[in-house]
Ligand binder design. Structure first.
Ligand SMILES: [Zn+2]
Length: 115
């Protein structure tokens, strides 16, 4: 997708989040490089879509307390790669994920949420 397309779906109502600049293992980086990945990525997206970016997804789910604290200072919530029902995640910086695969269907969603 190009920035024009990303802005279009954002304007249409889809929430756009950050997933870092280069998809690194954040815990292996220096503090200054972590800042570039976590904070600069947010600002870059914001400049293109003209909205606040409020969510982050940890690349590979890789995080430690330093990474989580930096994310907390800059985002309202963050997603991990841990499988699970995010409606029962009470820690907004460790939200679990339902992995979408080609076999995913609305029936599976009904099973998960018991509708
Ligand atoms: Zn990723």
């Amino acid at each position: 997708m190009n920035w024009e397309q990303i802005k279009e779906i954002s304007d249409f109502g889809y929430e756009i989040g950050s997933h870092s600049r280069s998809h690194p293992y954040l815990t292996k980086l220096s503090l200054s490089t972590q800042k570039k990945e976590i904070i600069d990525s947010k600002h870059t997206i914001e400049s293109h879509i003209e909205k606040n970016i409020i969510s982050f997804a940890y690349p590979f789910g890789n995080r430690n307390s330093q990474v989580i604290n930096m994310v907390k200072d800059n985002y309202l919530f963050a997603r991990t790669t841990t499988d699970g029902d995010h409606f029962h995640s009470y820690d907004l910086y460790n939200i679990s994920t339902i992995h979408m695969t080609p076999k995913f269907s609305l029936d599976i969603l009904d099973e998960i949420y018991g509708r």
